[in-house]
Design a protein around this ligand. Structure first.
Ligand code: GLN
Length: 544
């Protein structure tokens, strides 16, 4: 039977519970276990798909088309296990499911209540779709003490009983603040947070304590005493210079040893050599490359989490540090000035008109100055638009997302596409939630294209999240400019990849390659883009 590990957070938010859960999963995997990670989010949205990145950061997309919390990205990057729809749930989704059952008459005769119906639904989610996993690690979003996380805490408390307490482990991640005036790390907020957990019937088994410095033995002893946890199960998690150090450092502090001891599992020591090599490479780059990212959410870098990580991985692969220069797309008039000296330009995914002119200016600059350009989703659509406007000379060309009545709809709403055997249809005024073309779709690459060489394969599968597409009525005309459509959906009706024949590296992709990059298996497009940016640097040096 699978062992369940529940990760809760206390004292403050943003403690890195997702990272802690991911790192623990990675170490357990390195001990030879099969792991699965899940996220339970207490907010009422059915999924984060309709939330602004400023509210929530990036929306992560799974192969099977879930729009999910960005922590699922960490889970995949640390374990390589592709997350599924069944790995991410919110209060909204739980209620939607209970209410659907109520309308169907499934609870006929019963008064439908939080206890037991909502709690049962949460428990069913946690235990559903598990096969032969040794460990299922579930992270509860939010902070203990929030009103909205109560049903989740109640569900995991009950599971401790239902599944037997020795099959269930509770880890509480807290903060030990350093108070300069006292010259001390303080344990009181953690004591209170554990009290809060105890008040809902959960005794944590392990405390994972975040701190900005090493935790003195005395503080651990004190926490153990007051929180009813063995001192060796009060585990230090101090700040790290790279997130990929977490598996090594947590192992050093005994996290996996305590987990195995708790479950009375006699497991071989973990083989962490892959993580050691990743960390060694991150800390000893042999060069640097500067890539500009032109987007509209540059004030909150969580909005671009997977892209940042994909660049970190591509840096590891190329043995360089990738320095990301964030450029606010809304400052269109000074964009080109800001782009001077960068070795590559990326326009990421996005929605809506704000910042479009800045992005178009950046693309034009990259195209005209032979600077490597990488367009992702919206960044691909805008690359097409830029060429149509400035090379073909169709100045009124637009996307119907930006101008619904444009006379030259080069980018238009996707009205229908095949999702496996199902025909998906969309209309202009349809629902926004969960209705984009989502998840993994195949794409066929032209064998003589650069992108096929980069992938080393003629057929690829990548994750999508978009509502608009390049209008195929314009393809022939666009190709006369040298911008080739080198990747199409297998049916040949949806443009997926463009590249400029007369440019050293100008590639736009309708999908989101960043979601599939991992430190131990970097995404080929990011690796190749960083390499092209490096080569440009060398060329510039040689020309001096
Ligand atoms: N707004 C565009 C669309 O919906 C691009 C989406 C994206 O960049 N993820 O098609």
């Amino acid at each position: 039977m699978s062992k369940f590990i529940f990760v809760t957070g206390g004292v403050v938010s943003s403690l890195g519970k997702g990272l802690a859960a991911s790192a623990l999963a990675a170490i357990l995997q390195a001990r030879g276990f099969k792991v699965r990670l899940r996220k339970l989010d207490p907010y009422l949205n059915v999924d984060p798909g309709t939330m602004s990145p400023y509210q929530h950061g990036e929306v992560f997309v799974t192969d099977d088309g879930a729009e999910a919390d960005l922590d699922l990205g960490h889970y995949e990057r640390f374990t390589g296990v592709s997350a599924k729809k069944t790995d991410s749930v919110t209060t909204g989704k739980i209620y939607a499911s209970v209410l659907t059952k109520e309308r169907r008459g499934d609870y006929l005769g019963a008064t439908v209540q939080v206890v037991p119906h909502i709690i049962d639904e949460i428990k069913a989610f946690i235990t559903n779709d598990i096969t032969d996993e040794d460990f299922v690690i579930c992270e509860i979003g939010g902070t203990v003490g929030d009103i909205e996380s109560l049903p989740f805490l109640e569900a995991i408390r009950q599971l401790g009983n239902d599944l037997n307490r020795d099959n269930v482990l509770y880890i509480h991640v807290t903060l030990l603040p350093y108070i300069a005036a006292a010259g001390e790390i303080k344990t009181k907020p953690t004591q209170h947070s554990v009290k809060e957990l105890l008040s809902v019937g959960i005794q944590p088994d392990i405390l994972l304590c975040r701190a900005d410095r090493p935790i003195p033995e005395e503080a651990r002893r004190k926490l153990g005493l007051f929180c009813n946890v063995k001192a060796e199960r009060v585990i230090e998690a101090s700040d790290l210079s790279s997130i990929y150090e977490a598996p090594l450092v947590y192992h050093e502090h005994g996290l996996d040893k305590e987990v195995c001891k708790y479950f009375k599992i006699d497991a071989p020591a973990p083989d962490l050599s892959t993580w050691q090599e990743i960390v060694r490479r991150i800390h000893s780059p042999e060069g640097m490359v500067t890539i500009a990212i032109v987007g509209k959410y540059v004030q909150l870098l969580d909005a671009y989490k997977s892209i940042i990580q994909a660049f970190c991985h591509a840096g590891i692969a190329n043995n360089v540090k990738v320095n990301l220069k964030w450029i606010d797309a809304e400052q269109a008039d000074i964009i080109q000035e800001q782009l001077r000296g960068v070795q590559g330009i990326l326009v990421p995914g996005g929605f809506g008109g704000r910042g479009v002119n800045g992005k178009l200016a950046a693309i034009k600059f990259a195209r005209e100055n032979s600077i490597p350009y990488f367009g992702i989703c919206f960044g691909m659509q805008l690359a097409v638009l830029e060429t149509v406007r400035n090379v073909l000379g169709i100045k009124e060309a637009n996307s119907t997302e930006l101008d619904p009545t444009t006379k030259e709809p080069v980018i238009g709403l996707m009205s229908e596409w095949m999702d496996g055997d199902t025909l998906q249809k969309r209309q202009v005024n349809g629902d926004l939630g969960g209705t984009m073309r989502l998840g993994a779709y195949d794409c066929k690459l032209l064998p003589d294209s650069k992108v096929a060489r980069v992938y080393g394969a003629p057929l690829i599968s990548e994750r999508h999240r978009h509502r608009y597409e390049v209008n195929t009525a314009y393809l022939k005309q666009i190709e006369t400019t040298g911008l080739r459509f080198v990747g199409m959906s297998p049916e040949g009706d949806l443009p997926e990849v463009v590249e400029h024949a007369d440019h050293p590296w100008f590639i736009g992709v309708q999908f989101h390659p960043e979601f599939k990059s991992r430190p131990f298996s970097p995404h080929p497009l990011f690796v190749s883009f960083v390499q092209a940016a490096l080569e440009r640097f060398l060329e510039k040096d040689n020309n001096k």
